[in-house]
Ligand binder design. Structure first.
Ligand code: PLP
Length: 397
């Protein structure tokens, strides 16, 4: 049976060209980029090249605005803690109800442990930010606004360029978790008021355990990890050079192919959505119908159960994820779907299909072939049937 991978918002396959670019940095090119001898300096050159490849992908003005980190979670944590440190007189954070746990769990921790006030801006039924509530939360007490560029579950895109401009009016720093956006939609930071941006390599066909934090020139900043002077003092520790080179190559490929890939991937995604809605009654697509990542389809199947559908899809060799999981014997939908007020009967039956350049029409055809039977079977099955270990984007993908 052919395996079909439609869980690219969880992680992506490392591109063979990326692997090839990385390999010498496990063997001959093993030097420490901080060393001044030839072994080190040639690796230093490769790290600089990777920074420039990333600069091109996100439209940063200067390559040194990019600091390599271990991934999206570290970048998010660094940005938020840095803002609180450089502006100790400001004790409030503005974020949204639908952020990734990398941001929401940290905010809850800061609320409990440091008494920081956190504004979690609500969203509407399409996952769009409540702009009035956002404006009302913006005061001179806010140290940082942290809003995601695109949502990992629904693909809904927030208007971060406009939101950043508004944050500036009250002197707050603006950070965006762009882990799901970078490499999927065009980004040009130099023309924006965005101060910091997080990205993660494994979402754009690069290796895991490497990411970056963009910090605009002139923005006051405190490193999270203290130690040596690597990354211009913004992230101590000897650099993960194979990972950095891999991320650089992945960024180069994304820059080169993004336009063509997006058109192709969006056509696959749209065909899947249309086909499923035609074949399966009582289903709808969640997320913003207009402003949505081209690769993401989050479909709610009324009166079916997400975990069970995933198991049956997996049985057919199809990998995707669900916005519900079983917690203490009852079905629980993700915080994103709850924030969108998706009725429980639909939220517990959501399946996220996320595409990449590795997918083709035959993948869509196969899903369309099996999905009606799977949903029918689930609707005939008494609920809840999910197991606690069911795959749920709320767990942090
Ligand atoms: N933010 C978003 C929106 C994500 O989808 C992810 C993915 O897991 C993360 C942050 C965390 O990134 P990482 O896995 O690199 O820590």
């Amino acid at each position: 049976m052919r395996s079909i991978y439609l869980d690219n918002n969880a992680t992506t396959r490392v591109d063979p060209e990326v692997v090839e670019a990385m390999l010498p940095f496990f063997t001959d090119q093993f030097g420490n980029p901080s060393s001044t001898h030839a072994f080190g300096s040639s690796v230093g050159v490769a790290v600089r090249k990777a920074r420039q490849q990333l600069q091109a992908l996100i439209g940063a003005e200067f390559d040194y605005e990019i600091a390599f980190t271990s991934g999206g979670t570290e970048s998010d944590t660094t940005a938020i803690l840095s803002a609180l440190e450089v502006m100790p007189e400001r004790r409030e954070i503005v974020t949204s109800a639908v952020e990734h746990p990398a941001v929401l769990t940290l905010c809850a921790h800061l609320e409990m442990s440091r008494g920081v006030k956190v504004h979690r801006i609500p969203v509407d039924q399409h996952g769009r930010l409540d702009l009035d509530a956002y404006k009302a939360a913006l005061t001179a007490h806010v140290a940082i606004v942290s809003l995601m560029w695109a949502n990992n579950e629904t693909g809904t895109i927030f208007p971060v360029v406009q939101l950043a401009a508004q944050a500036k009016l009250v002197g707050a720093l603006f950070h965006t978790d762009a882990v799901q956006a970078v490499g999927k939609i065009p980004i040009d930071l130099k023309s924006t008021a965005i101060d910091m941006l997080s990205l993660s390599s494994h979402k754009l066909h690069g290796p895991k355990g490497i990411g970056a934090l963009y910090v605009k020139r002139g923005v006051r900043f405190r490193s999270l990890i203290k130690g040596g002077h690597q990354e211009r003092g913004r992230r101590a520790g000897t650099e993960n050079t194979p990972g950095i080179v891999g991320l650089g190559k992945a960024a180069e490929l994304a820059t080169k192919f993004m336009d063509d890939e997006n058109t192709r991937v969006k056509a696959l995604r749209d065909r899947l959505e249309k086909g499923v809605l035609q074949r399966v009654p009582d289903t709808f697509v969640t997320g913003d119908p207009l402003e949505r990542l081209p690769n993401t389809a989050n479909i709610a199947f009324e009166h079916a159960e997400g975990g069970g559908m995933l198991r049956l899809l997996n049985h057919h060799g199809i990998a995707c994820s669900s916005g519900s999981a079983c917690s203490s014997g009852s079905l629980e939908s993700s915080h994103v779907l709850r924030a969108m007020s998706i009725p429980q009967t639909a939220a517990q039956g959501t399946v996220r299909f996320s595409f990449s350049r590795d997918n083709g029409e035959e993948d869509v055809d196969r899903v369309l072939e099996v999905m009606p039977g799977i949903v029918e079977e689930m609707r005939d099955t008494p609920r809840p049937k999910a197991r606690a270990e069911d795959h749920n984007p709320d767990k942090g993908e």
